[in-house]
Ligand binder design. Structure first.
Ligand code: SF4
Ligand code: SF4
Length: 187
């Protein structure tokens, strides 16, 4: 199971039914969604809150300036004119993924009726700065899910089965798997 985070942008007065509809188009299994993100000024938007409350995952809200600083695939100057950031949904999904240890956009901005949705998948494990790039985990992974990178290996989420073998082999204790809520597991 992949842990997903969802960024939501909306107009004032968006209907909950429209939010559900866009969400179901963007995400096949809503049980994989562990958090939602949006812009500060929509933290009290009834249509969004109804959907998020029914789903049960927490909502994280970000200031416009923080969202605007994120490099996104579909920035919009008109949107910045309205709300102060060139992106809400894509930027919120990427900020949430960053805050939860890293991830990448898997569903770019999708438009519904007065709502936009974007989805990021979290990396299944976290590799800390304790990594010395020894390469042990790359040689150990039975799925070949780890790839070399300049500072520390990166994981290909689609290949990782969260078996934990890399965690066991790492001499510097640099690798942590996520728990079922998407947060680092206690060791
Ligand atoms: S085994 Fe640990 S220290 Fe070695 S490359 Fe992998 S994460 Fe880094
Ligand atoms: S948890 Fe298992 S499958 Fe995932 S990267 Fe580590 S060794 Fe490979």
């Amino acid at each position: 199971m992949t842990d997903l985070v969802v960024g939501l942008g909306s107009s004032r007065g968006v209907r909950a039914a429209a939010v559900w509809s866009a969400l179901r188009l963007a995400v096949l299994d809503l049980g994989e969604v562990i958090a939602f993100g949006t812009i500060d000024r929509r933290r009290d938007e009834p249509g969004l809150l109804a959907v998020i409350g029914e789903h049960g995952a927490p909502l994280h809200c970000y200031p416009a300036a923080e969202l605007d600083a994120v490099d996104v695939p579909h920035p919009s100057e008109p949107v910045r004119g309205y709300v102060g950031t060139r992106s809400v949904a894509e930027a919120a999904a990427l900020l949430l993924a960053r805050d939860l240890g890293g991830g990448s956009l898997v569903v770019p901005k999708l438009r519904g009726e007065h709502v936009t949705v974007a989805v990021a998948a979290l990396t299944p494990l976290l590799i800390s700065s304790a990594c010395t790039a020894c390469g042990g985990c790359l040689r150990t992974c039975p799925q070949r899910a780890l790839r070399p990178a300049p500072q520390r290996p990166v994981v290909v989420a689609a290949h990782c089965t969260s078996c934990g073998e890399c965690v066991e082999i790492c001499p510097t204790d640099a690798i942590t798997l996520r728990d079922e809520l998407g947060y680092p597991r206690a060791k």
